[in-house]
Design a protein around this ligand. Sequence first.
Ligand code: FMN
Length: 413
Amino acid sequence: MPNFQLAGKRVVLAVTGSIAAYKAIGLLRLLTQSGATVHVVMTESATQFVAPLTFEVLSGLPVTCDLFSGHQDMKHLSLTKQADLLLVAPCTSNTLARLALGLADDVLGTMALTVQCPLMICPAMDGEMWSHPTVQAHAETLRNRGAIMIEPEIGELASGQWGQGRLAHEDTILTAVEAVLHPQRDWQGERVLISAGPTQEPIDPVRFFSNGSSGKMGYALAEAAIYRGAEVVLVSGPTKLMCPQGVMRVPVITADEMLQALTARFNWATTLIMAAAVGDFRPKLVLSQKLKKEQWTDEMLLLERTPDILLRLSAQRTHQRMIGFAAETENLIEHGKAKLKSKQLDMVVVNQVGGDHSAFGNDFNEVILLTPNVAPHPISRMPKRQLADILLDHIMTLPLPSSAVQTVSSPTS
Ligand SMILES: Cc1cc2nc3c(=O)[nH]c(=O)nc-3n(C[C@H](O)[C@H](O)[C@H](O)COP(=O)(O)O)c2cc1C
């Protein structure tokens, strides 16, 4: 859904010779749909993967590939002078090294030395290349120099191997570009404690009770809050998600561990957002050895309640806004209102789980916001990252508890 966040912005998109060069086409489309004027620069190797004509047609502007042709208008200097962002996507290990060392033997290298605007780098390469100490050292040099590094993702690589090296998803890059070019710092000074993902309760060393939560909503909230200037601690159950840059992640497994991690940081926080799907039950007996089929008896899976984290934190509340999530399969508003009241929360975000539009695992979500003495506020289906910003807008308007006494301590204390 185009939002024209980048209207009036000029982006220089530098494409380098990675197998992921074709993904820059999708990225270019997203940037232009968001309103940006995009001038594409390609390394010589990049032209082996995608023809400049493709970028030329889609951007509506000539593509710059060569330092020496068209030198009359000094493109290597003029382009970045007018640009709001130099975005290198995908960035090869070779270009990463050349940027770190300041080599100026092609258009991109020359531009990078004269650039006045932010430099955003999206590496893409084989997993072994990315983890190589030399590549990591170059990435660190560039980060230290102020470049924004959008880490490659973990997944299947062009080699067929599994590892970290895939170009970050184009939506992730677009979000980062929008955050850099439109810094909305309205959460600056806020300290946000977010829980995300499922919990796992062991039955024996190899089996556990859990649920289908992916953690995507909590991670989207963490990313949105960090982009808007907050300090963010993310207490996360087991997920496959990458931690958003700048967010401090505290990994936990069980409900008890989540309670401890949140309690330790609750005093530090100005806002608690409990987006995790904490398991309500756990086996009474946890076996130290793997349970064999023949050993099974019905009594082995007697369950007990896990701690009610929100209720416990609510009892210790001094100055924090407290927001809960309710994942329900039926009577959404009724169950959400009961949670709002029993845990004395400032807001409950109710979402449906199960069925075709289940919130679990999905990149999209539709929710109903419940706040005390206000009619339920439905929010229609949209990407979780977009929803995260809308939720932060609403949370910002919630009054702080009247007994508010600001207590600041370290998030790790
Ligand atoms: C099929 C193929 C795929 C490649 N993919 C990548 C890649 O994803 N990442 C990378 O760092 N290098 C990759 N390379 C190597 C680069 O193309 C090579 O290092 C080149 O010199 C990069 O030049 P540039 O950084 O100026 O674009 C690939 C090479 C080939 C032949």
